[in-house]
Design a binder for this molecule. Structure first.
Ligand code: PLP
Length: 405
């Protein structure tokens, strides 16, 4: 089976870890400090704080913003559960808004309607390696005096108008094994806020500034130097690995250009780092998925049951009506995407997609349109025309009014 993801671990990482192990200094130390300095430099923020994972990065930011019961945070249902769970960990309430049908990212036009007197923060997710419309998110945040927290767990190196993911608000990154950059488990917080950064460093380390002087209630959120050594080697390769992901994505785009499927959209002014390569394939999705797996292609669905539909969210009374999210959860799938994917493996994936779509149909003029997406049915003259019509609409909207995307 060609896996959907495979970490790029080579001799560099082995050598870096061995050196740390031999040094005997294996907990948080100078490797962590070096990794933080380089990540802050890379993202363009005053601070980067390394922590044990991406979930705890989000939880710590929200704790540092002093969120609690009664507060609301606006986010998406189309994400990994950690986004919403981090909000719940503070006692605050996630308020889910719908996504754009083409980018799969928070639909910033819907944010204002979700704001109440209790709203404290906006939490967009830069899903699959594409940054959300941070012009609009930031403008709304400024207008209503709301904090902006970015879930950049999947967006290492992605940019929006030349600014890096994680530099628009307080950013949370994951360094989990399958992310674009990894330390096995790990995470970063990025911020320009000196006070928050100082608080987070204390919070990470039991509230301790000097030995056994506990200034605040803190915990142990630390990353090890063993992990940081892997992170430094991964950071050295990040640009090369991102370029490889983009090359793979471009080859998929070319191969699928004449199929009745929706390939990923990159609005102008953004750099997509393709954590996932996600296709819209219509109502035949589950049959297409089975067919791909039968052909040895480890395709998968991110995410089959959106967060707002999970039982533990529903039990908390957090209902939301998110038709676009539901549609995307039912009609998309993601293909193998990792720097080490060989041309031969990619050719196998491409052939399998062609076969599966031919057998089970892709998006047809009869497919239900993504809610709110407009003219999916407008094309006439077969499936290709329908898809082209949608793509053209997307492209012209992106070119004509970049500020609103
Ligand atoms: C991976 C991920 C997280 C959580 O990161 P961990 O390091 O696994 O804790 C949060 N949000 C999103 C969107 C993710 O993909």
């Amino acid at each position: 089976m060609i896996p959907i993801a495979r970490p790029d671990i080579g001799e560099e990482e082995v050598a870096a870890v061995t050196e740390v192990l031999r040094s005997g200094m294996i907990a948080q130390g100078r490797r962590v400090a070096e990794l933080e300095e380089r990540w802050a430099d890379r993202v363009g923020t005053r601070h980067a704080i390394a922590v044990g994972n991406g979930t705890i990065a989000l939880m710590a930011i929200l704790a540092g913003l002093e969120l609690g019961p009664g507060d609301e945070v606006i986010t998406v249902g189309h994400t990994f559960a950690a986004t919403a769970n981090a909000i719940l960990s503070t006692g605050a309430t996630p308020v889910f808004v719908d996504i754009e049908p083409d980018t799969y990212l928070i639909d910033a036009k819907r944010i204002e309607r979700a704001i109440t007197s209790r709203t404290r923060a906006l939490l967009p997710v830069h899903l699959f390696g594409l940054v959300a419309d941070m012009d609009m998110v930031r403008a709304i945040g400024d207008r209503y005096g709301l904090a902006v927290v970015e879930d950049a767990a999947q967006a290492h190196g992605a940019t929006f108008r030349d600014r890096a993911a994680g530099s628009f608000g307080h950013g949370a990154f994951s360094l989990y094994a399958t992310k674009n950059m990894t330390t096995g488990e790990g995470g970063f917080i990025t911020t320009d806020d000196d006070g928050l950064a100082d608080w987070l460093r204390l919070y990470r380390n039991q509230g301790m500034r000097s030995r056994y002087q506990f200034e605040i209630l803190g915990y142990n959120l630390r990353l090890t130097d063993i992990a940081a050594a892997i992170g430094l080697a991964q950071l050295d390769k990040l640009d090369r690995n991102t370029a490889r992901r983009q090359t793979i994505a471009a080859a998929y785009d070319d191969a699928f250009a004449d199929l009745p499927v929706l390939t990923p959209v990159t609005p102008v002014g953004r750099i997509h780092v393709f954590h996932q390569y996600t296709l819209g394939v219509g109502d035949g999705r589950d049959a297409i998925l089975d067919s791909l797996r039968g052909a040895g292609v480890g395709a998968d669905v991110y995410y089959p049951l959106p967060v707002h539909r999970q039982a533990y969210i529903q039990e908390r009374g957090l209902h939301a009506d998110l038709p676009v999210t539901d549609h995307v959860a039912a009609t998309t799938l993601s293909l193998p995407m990792f720097p080490g994917l060989t041309d031969e493996e990619q050719a196998t994936v491409i052939r399998a997609v062609g076969d599966a779509v031919e057998r089970h149909g892709g998006i047809t003029p009869d497919s239900p349109a993504p809610p709110g997406s407009g003219p999916l049915r407008a094309g006439s003259g077969g499936p290709e025309a329908a898809v082209r019509a949608t793509t053209a609409t997307t492209a012209s909207a992106a070119a004509g009014e970049p500020a609103s995307r």
